[in-house]
Design a protein around this ligand. Structure first.
Ligand code: F6R
Length: 586
């Protein structure tokens, strides 16, 4: 969702650095953007636009300090006025903000009464006018910011730029913000992947902390206003990880990175998995939660834990989990899956689970993220930055982690590694030639619906496959537990409706084949994905048997289908409409 980038330092091209930072954050999803810098002549240059940055460039400006923002509209429509940065009435307080000021209506009323003129419909603008109002009686920006922290309600990351003093103040509660430094200056971003272009030395601000950045350096304050020492962490990313390289889109790049990511998990995660398995054994009540694709991982995990480790797990959509939380106690273990570690629906329910003293295991891709810091135990995907909005490599990485954990609990970790190696070779095999999948995607262009059927552990794979196809290609795709189709949705099947049937060589094989017969009898065009071909299939994609880990290459087929269908329909698979990579508002 919204993205923040800010700079203060020696470089004379702050505007260009900020634009570059905003471009690096584009993948988060946004609908308008803006930049404000102080020029060498003391004037403020402020530019805001609706739409994407594209090839836009700022005019040549000499500047060493400024802020920028990409906005994903929540309060107020997608207009230039509503784009950030926002200013007070004088133009001497400039604000960018991620999150929501929940009490903005009452604050705005008070400020309007005092004569402040608002230019936008946003909640953010109240911050600028509130600071302006208080500045009339106290000119100390630090005190003003501390006052602001208690005045605003809700989760926020706010950067206030005071151009006269040439300082930036950051206040963080709930929404992520990361600070980095190098010899040339100080940087702020809402996401570390925008930082690696400049530095790997970063600090993730904690809730209630305040950071001051200026010409003379930086100072961090805790929630009580006491100065706090910063311990920087080193990002494990490389610059190339954040670049397209030889690929036309990040989605394709990330699909191709999956074998490397899974192999890395096999090679490096064994001892962490052994440690974490001890916590799982001690837990009385285990919950797997996530949003969107991460929920599909949770559901896959519940099947894998049942089948491999003979353990019961409750899988839930994170935003619904709060309504099931009456079961949570101090012996419960909540396993939270999140690529970004920032998804607010997940973070909010983790907070609640912690109030009930549950233990939290984070399975995330971003060290230092909110989830990472909140958790009692952690497993890192180490998949490198994921930039395409639709998750691919982080999805299969999470499955690989949970696969190892299930086998560790069963005492069969060696088998898990063998299966995952098979999955790696299988993905590598069909990534060598994707022509068939590409052609299939081209045929899908004319269809309104695609259905995907799976049983057992292939059911969550069917859900995930449908999500992959619909979110990037806008084709209506729906995943089903194969037998459920007859309980209603079969009414939508007509002559030629494409139906993909996952049919791995497991206990679901015969029943899944029967489902293929049922839909074929209603005219469906049946695509079998299996290790064994069958005359019932109109089209067939071979995926060799990797035991339960077959779900990994199976889902990769759907990732590619979605990708090529998006291209065939002329859409950008990396930036689907309305979606954001990191969903940081409820
Ligand atoms: C779908 C997708 C989303 C995310 C969901 C959770 O392709 O990417 O459904 O899985 O928004 O995001 P994280 O994993 O960052 O919590």
């Amino acid at each position: 969702m919204c993205g923040i980038f800010a700079y203060v330092g020696k470089k004379q091209n702050a505007g260009d650095l900020i634009m570059e930072g905003l471009k690096a954050l584009e993948y988060r999803g946004y609908d308008s953007w803006g930049v404000a810098v102080k020029k060498q002549d003391g004037q403020i240059y402020l530019e805001k636009h609706v739409g994407k940055i594209g090839q836009a460039k700022l005019p040549r400006l000499s500047s060493t300090i400024g802020i920028g923002h990409t906005r994903w509209a929540t309060h107020g429509g997608v207009t230039r006025d509503n784009a950030h940065p926002h200013t007070d009435c004088t133009g001497n307080i400039i604000i960018v903000h991620n999150g929501i000021v929940e009490n903005y209506t009452s604050l705005k009323k008070q400020l309007l009464k005092k004569g402040h003129i608002f230019k936008s419909e946003t909640d953010t603008e109240v911050i600028a006018h509130w600071l302006e109002e208080k500045k009339k009686t106290d000119n100390d920006p630090l005190k003003l910011m501390r006052g602001l922290a208690s005045a605003i309600k809700g989760m926020s990351a706010v950067i206030a730029f005071f151009p006269e003093e040439e300082v930036l103040y950051v206040y963080k509660y709930g929404s992520p913000i990361v600070f980095g430094q190098n010899n040339d200056g100080l940087y702020l971003a809402s996401d570390p992947s925008a930082m690696i272009l400049h530095t790997k030395q970063v600090y993730f601000l904690e809730d209630n902390e305040m950071l001051q950045l200026g010409r003379s350096g930086y100072e961090l304050y805790d929630g009580h206003g006491e100065i706090k020492k910063i311990t920087f962490t080193t990002l494990a990313y490389d610059q190339e990880d954040a670049l397209l390289g030889k690929y036309p889109y990040f989605m394709l790049k990330e699909i191709h990175e999956q074998p490397k990511v899974i192999q890395n998990i096999i090679d490096t995660q064994a001892s962490n998995i052994t440690k974490v398995a001890e916590f799982v054994k001690k837990a009385d009540g285990t919950y797997f939660i996530g949003c969107g694709s991460a929920y599909h991982v949770s559901l896959s995990g519940a099947y894998l834990f049942s089948k491999i480790a003979n353990r019961h797990v409750n899988a839930a959509i994170a935003s619904e989990f709060s309504y099931l939380e009456s079961f949570i106690k101090n012996t419960s273990l909540v396993v939270a899956f999140s690529q970004s570690g920032e998804t607010i629906d997940l973070i909010s329910c983790i907070r609640k689970a912690q109030e009930n003293k549950a233990k939290i295991l984070a399975v995330t891709n971003v060290p230092g993220s909110t989830l990472y810091r909140m958790a009692d135990h952690r497993l890192l995907l180490q998949a490198g930055p994921e930039k395409a909005v639709a998750t691919t490599k982080a999805y299969t990485a999470k499955i690989a982690i949970i696969y190892l954990l299930a086998h560790e609990l069963a005492g069969t970790i060696k088998k898990a590694k063998e299966d995952l190696r098979l999955a790696v070779s299988e993905i590598q095999r069909f990534l060598k030639n994707t022509d068939k999948i590409k052609k299939m995607a081209e045929q899908f262009v004319k269809h309104e619906h695609v259905f995907i059927l799976g049983r057992g552990v292939s059911y969550p794979t069917a859900l995930e496959s449908a999500l992959k196809i619909k979110e990037v290609s806008y084709c209506h795709a729906e995943g089903f537990a194969a037998s459920e189709l007859k309980h209603g949705v079969i009414a939508l099947v007509q002559k030629g409706t494409p139906i993909i049937v996952y049919n791995p060589a497991d206990e679901t094989y015969q029943d899944a084949l029967s489902s293929a017969h049922e839909v074929k009898a209603r005219g469906a065009y049946v695509i079998g994905i299996s290790s064994k071909n069958n005359p019932i299939y109109d089209d067939f994609i071979e995926v060799k048997d990797c035991h339960e880990a077959t779900i990994i290459p199976n889902v990769t087929v759907a990732q590619l289908l979605g990708y090529y269908l998006a291209l065939a329909k002329g859409y950008d698979p990396d930036k689907p409409r309305n979606l954001a990579k990191s969903v940081t508002v409820k």
